[in-house]
Design a protein. Sequence first.
Lengths: 327, 277
Amino acid sequence: MDKEFAARRRRDLIIAAVLAAIAAATPLFVKDVVVQNILILTLMYAGLSQSWNILSGYCGQISLGHALYFGLGAYTTELLFTKFGVLPWFGMLAGGVVSALIAMGLGYPFFRLRGHYFVIATIVIAEIGLLLFHNWEWAGAAMGITIPIRGDSWLKFQFLRTKLPYFYFALALCCIAWFVTWWLENSKWGFWWRAVKDNPDAAESLGVDVFNSKMGAAAVSAFLVAIGGSFYAQFVSYIDPESVMGFQFSLLMALPAVLGGIGTLWGPVLGAAILIPLTELTRFKFGGSGRGVDLIVYGTLIVLISLALPRGLLSLFSRPKKTGATR
Amino acid sequence: MGLLYGLIAVGLALIFGLMDVTNFAHGEFLMIAMYLSFFLFAFFAIDPLLSAPLVAAALFIFGAVVYLLIVRFAMRAKANAGMVQIFTTFGLAIVMRGLAQFFFTPDYRSIPHSWLGGKTISIAGIFLPEPQLVGALVSILAFAGLYFFIHRTDFGRALEATREDPGAVALVGIDKNRVFAFGWGLGAALVGLAGAIMASFFYIYPDVGASFALIAYVTVALGGFGSVFGAFAGGIIVGLVEATTALVLPPSLKSVGIYAVYLLVVFIRPRGLFGSI
């Protein structure tokens, strides 16, 4: 069994490397800006969803408030940049650290809650963040922050004429999030998380530090999501509270993982690869009418997929009773 | 205003609180009810107050159909039941919003000159807007009715039993789907009532539900799942907190008070005020 498990992990790593290489090569063939845009967003959401999956999928603490960390990452980076001239690269790390610290601070009271009470608390805290930023004059309030663009610069991570650097950053983010998940999956933490998810009381009695393993998952998850938020802010070069902290981001982060397969290594990537292009294409095709046809198509798809495949798209590929680990 | 939240929350308390099914489309049920009431007024000149029973009846059918066509299957999921419910009902909410935009256009609408709209009544020197007063009255009646219904009738007992153990319930000959379809219908009918009353003094637009839905969830959770009285108390607290916050903080922050109180309550009592589960 162990041998088989190790072989599977090695296989996963090889597949990931091949996929990453293919992805890295796509811009050579795809020159269309619209398509490149969709690819960037797909990679970004794959990374975000992968990070969300660490806390909500592996550790089982369903958060619908990750927009808070996404927004904090974006705001920390841009406030440091526009007010103090700190380069976005440092701002990004700062945003990640701030988010991880806040996630742990919130974890203290939050992780006592279970079930619906926890989910609603996460929604509510993100909503509080949204409202506070809405009213925070220094941070631009409802007007948001426009990032001053002075031409292409790696130093400031802003590019007018090309989208390629964004593409590679999003790819890197996605790969890092995947790799972190891959690595954690087989670590002490990974096993603890799954134990906490399946039965917290039993896990506790067997010596798993339930509270701290939740905290660890929250910190890693929030850190990575915040990096994604910083990236998004640089990518769109304009942020306001709604556009980086709105509830829809919390859902958009969760959706790919759920559709692909929650609590699995490949679920978020697979889900994002299908969902995000679909979203963008329906918006592109039907969105112009302003009459909500894109919403109808999109919503119907979500209903159908979640009803037809409650365990996610990955369950289509899994052969029953083959592997030892929870897949 | 608090009782108004209570009225929206009472339907949700039944679906979310008592049957333990997540319904992320609750706000959209409200939106549909408001549109129904608007069109009944626009085409047949029926005042929202009169059409309320009609709207409630229509929503009853709608709720039961939604359960039978969609939610029933979502509940059958063996894995991640919670997530499946969240995302099917969320998808449904998006579809409903899209359909509303498609058929009704995103324009803001309102019902002019209804019996209730814009009138105030003075009791002992305090001026109260009539629509809110009627809303409060209906809300109290609805809660009393639901409380009686859950605790004093066979159906109420069947409902609670079905949530606790569907298997055992099936053994004694209760059809789970029939009970839950009826429960969904009733929950939707109650929100229909809320929508009809609110239609006379709120703007009606496709996204209107979203702004009320979150507060309704908070209200139900604040009161505690599994408790009708809790949802009622939750509604009153939410209304009071909102009013007080509005006095202290700028109006755009008024919801922060509600959210903060929710967090405070569940940190001290992780099951909500009167929750049993």
